[in-house]
Design a protein around this ligand. Sequence first.
Ligand SMILES: [Zn+2]
Length: 301
Amino acid sequence: MPRILTIIVAGLLSAVPFTAMAQVNVFACEPEWAALAEEIGGAKIKTFSATHARQDPHYIRARPSLIAKVRRADLIICSGAELEVGWLPILLQKARPQVQPNGIGHLMASQYVPLLGAGANVDRSMGHVHAAGNPHIHLNPHHMVSIAAQVSDRLAKIDRANAAHYQSRLQDFTQRWQQALAQWETRATNLKGAQVVVHHSSLSYLIDWLQMRTVASLEPKPGIPPTTSHLESLLQQLNAAPANLMLRTPYEPDTASLWLSSKTNIPAVVLPYTIDGAANTGDLFALYEATLAVLLDKCRC
Ligand SMILES: [Zn+2]
């Protein structure tokens, strides 16, 4: 066979499996969105999460390895509502047109759910990080239903050949999720009315869903680290009116929480917050299971 023909044949052969195995590249800003995309996309997609459970998603560096990942993305899924405002715009400078704002591959989950704290009159100059409303939306499981539908819709438009696959996985996920959700709500009845102290408003949607009540926050304002005077006033408040639990995420510092817990005897508890934030939280179902198990175990309520 002439050399040039050999090269052409070899090229064609290598192109065939590549085309057949092409997957949609999904770039998630946080692990919960990578997990949701996997529920809907299955083997037809490849996911990457820019952050992990022990990283504060408000503040990461737009490092070259992330830029390399976002360049190849067909779909990006982020919380939005300014959670990633410090780093996502930098990454997007190097990304394809379809994942830019208003593109079919640009999905900001917070646009599809009601936001807590939206419209509140806040002063950005004070360092408040939730001026657009609270972006930590994923711990209200009801939100996952509408966001999953968006994920399926975007995947079907980006990868039309597999639209039926995404639609049927969405139906399957939604059915299993609704069943699990009903069971979680039955099990969580005892948590209703529990009074909790939080570090930041990372857990507000979980607290809202379970009808618990936030009585204090270690941060004087979202994004402002605890000060000595603020903690002293919380100590007085909690001595007068004790709370059931002190909650934080794996990425929030423990110093203030442990100090206040030692003074008040309120249990300081770390919740998984997102995928792999604790043992056995490898998917969204397991994340909620583990979160409820910890709350029910630790709450004196
Ligand atoms: Zn926040």
